[in-house]
Design a protein around this ligand. Structure first.
Ligand code: GLA
Length: 387
């Protein structure tokens, strides 16, 4: 890959003098969905697929961007003097947002850069290609200018950019998983205080299979913000009865006790998901520590049902992928992953059942939905690196 991107850089920007190559992963969340903005737990891992970059510091203010995933856009130009989100700026709003965020936090970026990207995360798949670009940009800026920031800070800066420059009110999970990724481990993160623990994923005779629905996300971002608002309102209602900081502070029993404070049926369902999913995530990690992959899989299935019925972020495409997966012998667990409304499912499948799984789920999906899903057998990788 390094040779391919360097060659392209030369073709696009003239030469490769003074360049460096970098990588940042994508992520998949195993369980703990829509809990990260409710002060709950998540359990994501970084992948070995991600975003590759060649970058070069300039000696003026110009920014020149080129993506091998959007070649039709050509070289996109702008300046570090003028960092505003613009529709025409397309994907470059992600690196620009991170530069803006660094400046907001008091780090001066003295020069522009030439930046070429090439990602092998399927676009719009919900495997966090945008968070990958954000963490990657922060990682490059730190490398260029020696900013005194940790990888965890890079995650927070990426999230700040996503929230305040790109207008998606996301939680910390994606950027954290990418910045802090560790090979063969998932990250058990408590989003209420960012304490975390690496948990080894030892699946012995099974693998992680991602099925991409190929459904365009469309209204996803506005629905995402809507869910977040529903949870915030439900929390405020419960806070009239009990002093909690987030829905993640409640056990199932406490939720059942206080849920009558929530004055709307839909909001009760949303809050129920947030509370139960958080507890499910804690139980799932305990199960994994005891090597009980079967129980982990069962909790993944329950997570999907809750996202389907209570949180209502699945849709027929993700439901078909998960429900068909559950029918396959050798599928230990399957659920939607990420924000939902399109994107992917994540499944744990016995190694000798993977071919049959892809065949069965793929055929049923094509028949019901009318177009194909894509399947990826993935490995858990490290966080960002210099290549
Ligand atoms: C998106 C957001 C994350 C998280 C998930 C849902 O990926 O970026 O912060 O909320 O959705 O779990």
């Amino acid at each position: 890959m390094k040779e391919i991107i360097l060659k392209k850089f030369e073709e696009v920007f003239g030469d490769t003098n003074g360049t460096k190559a970098y990588f940042a992963p994508g992520r998949v969340n195993m369980i703990g969905e829509h809990t990260d903005y409710n002060g709950g737990h998540v359990f994501p891992c970084a992948l070995t697929i991600g975003t590759y970059a060649v970058a070069r510091k300039r000696n003026d203010n110009r920014l020149r961007f080129y993506s091998m995933n959007f070649e039709h856009l050509g070289i996109m130009e702008s300046s570090i003097e003028n960092l505003n989100p613009e529709k025409e700026a397309d994907w470059t709003n992600y690196p620009k947002g991170v530069m803006w965020a660094f400046e907001q936090k008091g780090y001066e970026i003295p020069y522009g850069m030439d930046l070429l990207l090439n990602g092998n995360i399927p676009n719009g798949s919900g495997l966090s290609s945008s968070a990958s670009v954000e963490v990657l940009t922060g990682f490059i800026l730190r490398d260029f200018y020696g900013f005194d920031v940790t990888n965890q800070d890079l995650a927070l800066i990426g999230q700040y950019a996503e929230n305040n420059f790109n207008g998606v009110n996301c939680g910390i999970m994606d950027q954290f998983a990418i910045a802090m990724g560790k090979e063969s481990h998932a990250i058990f993160l408590d989003t209420s205080d960012l304490s975390f623990e690496y948990a080894p994923i030892k699946l012995e005779n099974a693998k992680i299979v991602i099925a991409c629905s190929n459904k365009k996300r469309g209204l996803g971002d506005s629905k995402y913000n809507e869910r977040r608002n529903e949870c915030e309102t439900a929390l405020a209602e419960i806070q009239n009865a009990v002093g909690i900081n987030g829905l993640g502070d409640l056990t199932e029993e406490q939720f059942e006790l206080y849920k009558s404070m929530i004055k709307d049926e839909v909001r009760v369902k949303r809050a129920k998901h947030a509370v139960y999913e958080n507890q499910r995530t804690i139980k799932a990690v305990e199960a994994l520590k005891k090597n009980d992959v079967e129980l982990f899989g069962k909790l993944m299935n329950e997570s999907h049902v809750s996202l389907r019925d209570d949180y209502e972020v699945t849709g027929i495409e993700l439901d078909t992928l998960a429900e068909e997966a559950w029918k396959v012998d050798g599928c230990i667990g399957s659920r939607m992953t990420g924000a939902g409304f399109g994107g992917c499912t994540v499944s744990i499948v016995k190694t000798d059942a993977i071919d049959g799984f892809i065949e069965a789920v793929g055929t049923a999906y094509q028949e019901k939905i009318g177009y194909a899903a894509d399947f990826y057998v993935v490995d858990i990788g490290d966080g960002p690196s210099v290549l």
